[in-house]
Each structure stands twice: as structure tokens, then as C-alpha cells.
Design a protein around this ligand. Structure first.
Ligand code: PLP
Length: 384
């Protein structure tokens, strides 16, 4: 049995390790300055409130927003639910335009509301790279809609969307724009202020902060009905005692990404390309999925035709943590909705593997992972 320490972690889209500098901050706000940020009568509360204020500023700086526009949540799933449910409560019935390659946090929320008759969904068209057809987007926007939902970067194939262009279209037709930027914040530049985004969802654990903390940026002048009621925290939009350690950690993680992202993402892309080229050299029929010209640095989404991904996973799982992207429902494995929307052949979807690397990935890990995957493929080829 392998110990976790010996298994190379290449699943950074699923979650990232917490940066030790972030963990130190989180620990400090759990054990030392542990006050409730809403305790206005003493120093402990003041110090916690100060930490929250600083974190708001750090997040705002990374995404070019104003600190007042940041609402803390438990993660991107809650941020997305707050944006969609909080929006439709004040605007029913709603016509919502959505991309079919969004995360389930968006799709399942919309589908649940559609079932209740609260929402009419208008689907966008995507191509085999998971890119959105912008002409079709413009056409459906010109017919009018209540909300547009498009992510900044895809969590499976890593495709980066032209958010600035999409924001311009949304603005032209006066449609509020929810952008799920869970995979993008801290990886690529985001300009909340200038890009016509109305609501922007952020997830802490995708950018080296802990799980259970996230944020929603809400453009000045826009309001949302709360989905969680209570003590009226955060302008009444999201009640509940603030998760000060998580918030301070998210703030620190955003500050570090602001300072280090550009250089680190370049280095990550070099490692990713090295892995890609070494796999391509030894596995001639390897297919690389997604938009290779607009792709997250840490993403390598591959298919090995005629070899089911489960066969590769079974051979490497004691040494390498990678993902098929499939989800398990009712005991059967369903192929990813993203690959289905891209209309890739069965051969490609069945062989699909998502590799996600990040800032702690080393050159040695890339070399070892490459050999592991090539050996696994060769052994399977010998059997078939
Ligand atoms: N949106 C995208 C694109 C994601 O990748 C994820 C995480 O898997 C989420 C939303 C949900 O984020 P969280 O885990 O913070 O709820």
C-alpha cells in the first residue's frame, strides 16, 4: 500500500495544497487573534474585523474590484447559488443564458430552478475545444435575457474564455453577467471593474487557500436577495459569523498570487509542456483536448484512444493522482458533461484523463509521472 507522501499529486483542478504561508496566517487567526469580527465591544473583535478588512482589500486588488464589492462565502458553490438564487428572487420569471460546459454548481442550480418553473434556460453553443460560439452568444443576448452565466476557465479541459469580449456583449444588451472564476482567479489576470462582470465567484481551495472559504464579488449598484438569513452580516447579503481564519487565509493567498502568479504560471506552463511533449513522443496517437492556444498553464487534458481511462488509473493510482473527470451517479460512471458538450467521439471521452499541475510541482515529478503513464500505456497495449 502506498503512503500519500509517495503519490505524486497531479489533480490541482480538484483542489490545491494550502501554501504554508497561508496556513500560518490561518493558524494565527484560529489560535491567537481568534475574535468574532462582529464583536464591536472589545479588542478581540476589532482585531478580527481588521483582518477581514485587510483580506477584502487583498482579494479586491487581485481581481481589480473595490473592497466593498466582496462578500465572503463558504466557497464557489455557495457564491454561485447566492448569485443565481439571490438574483432570481427579485426577477422572476427569468431567462438565463448559460454555457453547457459550466460546473455543476451552475448547471444543477439552474436546472433545479427550471424544474420549479422559475427559470427558462437558453443554452449556448460550444465547439470541440469547449470554446463558446460568440456570434451565437450575441444573437441570443440580442433577444434579451435576465442573466448570463459563463465561466472564466474550464475545470476539466482548462479552456480560458474571452471574458472581456463576453462582458462587452453582456453590457451592450444590458444583461447582468455571472462569471464563475473558480479556476481562473490567481492563475490568469481578471479585471472585475473593466470587463463588464456583474457577479464573480471565487473559491479559496483552488488558489492555495483552505477549503470552505470563497467569495462573491458583486458589482456596485447591484443587489442580491440573501439565501442565508440570520444576523444581517455582510450588508445582510450573507448572514453567519465570519470565518475569520479562512478569510485571512484567502486574503493572504490572493496577495501571494498577485505578487507571484505571473512568474509561477510561466514556470508551470513549461513543466506542463515538457510532460505533454514527452507523452506525445512516446504515445503517438495521444490526443490533447481543449483549446491549446487558450489554456490554463497547469492543465493537460489527454485522451489515449482505445485505452479506457479506468485502465490507466488502475495501473497508476498507487503512484500518481490524476482524474478521469467522470462522475459517479447511481453506481454507473457517467462521462463528463463537458466532453459530451464538446461532442468528442466515444473513443476520446472514454480515454480522457485530466492532469492538473501547480506551483509545488517539480521537474522530477514531471519525469516520473511521464514514465508511469508511458509504462502503463505500453503494458496495456501488450495485453490488447
Ligand atoms: N466552479 C468551478 C469551475 C470549479 O472547478 C469548482 C470546484 O470544483 C466549483 C465551481 C465549486 O467550488 P467550491 O468547491 O469552492 O464550492
Amino acid at each position: 500500500m502506498s503512503t500519500q507522501e509517495n503519490i505524486i499529486y497531479f489533480d490541482y483542478h480538484s483542489t490545491t495544497p494550502v501554501d504554508p504561508r497561508v496556513a500560518e496566517k490561518v493558524m494565527y487567526y484560529m489560535t491567537d487573534t481568534f475574535g468574532n469580527a462582529n464583536s464591536v465591544d472589545h479588542y478581540y473583535g476589532d482585531a478580527a474585523a481588521q483582518a477581514v478588512k485587510q483580506a477584502r482589500q487583498q482579494i479586491a486588488e487581485l481581481i481589480h474590484a473595490s473592497a466593498k464589492e466582496i462578500i465572503f462565502t463558504s466557497g464557489a458553490t455557495e457564491s454561485i447559488n447566492l448569485a443565481i438564487q439571490g438574483y432570481i428572487q427579485q426577477n422572476t420569471p427569468c431567462k438565463i443564458i448559460v454555457s453547457p460546459v459550466e460546473h455543476k454548481a451552475v448547471l444543477d442550480t439552474l436546472q433545479a430552478l427550471a424544474k420549479k418553473g422559475l427559470v427558462e434556460i437558453v443554452w449556448l453553443k460550444v465547439n470541440s475545444l469547449a470554446q463558446i460560439d460568440l456570434e451565437h452568444l450575441e444573437k441570443v443576448c440580442s433577444d434579451g435575457a435576465s442573466l448570463l452565466c459563463i465561466m472564466a476557465a474550464n475545470n476539466e479541459v482548462g479552456t480560458i474564455y474571452p471574458i472581456e469580449k463576453i462582458g462587452l456583449i453582456a453590457k451592450k444588451y444590458n444583461i447582468p453577467f455571472l462569471c464563475d472564476a473558480s479556476q481562473a482567479v490567481g492563475k490568469i489576470p481578471i479585471n472585475f471593474l473593466d470587463w463588464g462582470i456583474t457577479y464573480l465567484a471565487i473559491s479559496g481551495h483552488k488558489l492555495y487557500a483552505p477549503k470552505g472559504i470563497g467569495a462573491l464579488a458583486i458589482k456596485k449598484g447591484y443587489h442580491l436577495q440573501p439565501i442565508i438569513y440570520g444576523g444581517g452580516h455582510q450588508q445582510g447579503i450573507r448572514s453567519g459569523t465570519l470565518n475569520v481564519p479562512g478569510i485571512a487565509g484567502l486574503g493572504e493567498a490572493c496577495e501571494l498570487r498577485r505578487l507571484e502568479m505571473e512568474a509561477e504560471e510561466k514556470a508551470i506552463a513549461i513543466l506542463r509542456d515538457k510532460l505533454q511533449h514527452s507523452l506525445q513522443a512516446q504515445i503517438p496517437d495521444l490526443v490533447v483536448n481543449g483549446d491549446l492556444n487558450n489554456r490554463l498553464s497547469g492543465n493537460l487534458h489527454i485522451s489515449i484512444p482505445r485505452i479506457p481511462n479506468s485502465a490507466i488509473i488502475a495501473r497508476v493510482r498507487q503512484q500518481l493522482a490524476i482524474s478521469t473527470g467522470a462522475s459517479c451517479s447511481s453506481g454507473t460512471m457517467a462521462p463528463s458533461h463537458v466532453l459530451q458538450a464538446m461532442q468528442l467521439s466515444e473513443n476520446i471521452t472514454e480515454g480522457a484523463l485530466r492532469i492538473g499541475i501547480g506551483k509545488f510541482t517539480t521537474n522530477q515529478e514531471i519525469e516520473t509521472a511521464s514514465s508511469l503513464l508511458i509504462n502503463a500505456v505500453n503494458k496495456i497495449h501488450q495485453l490488447i
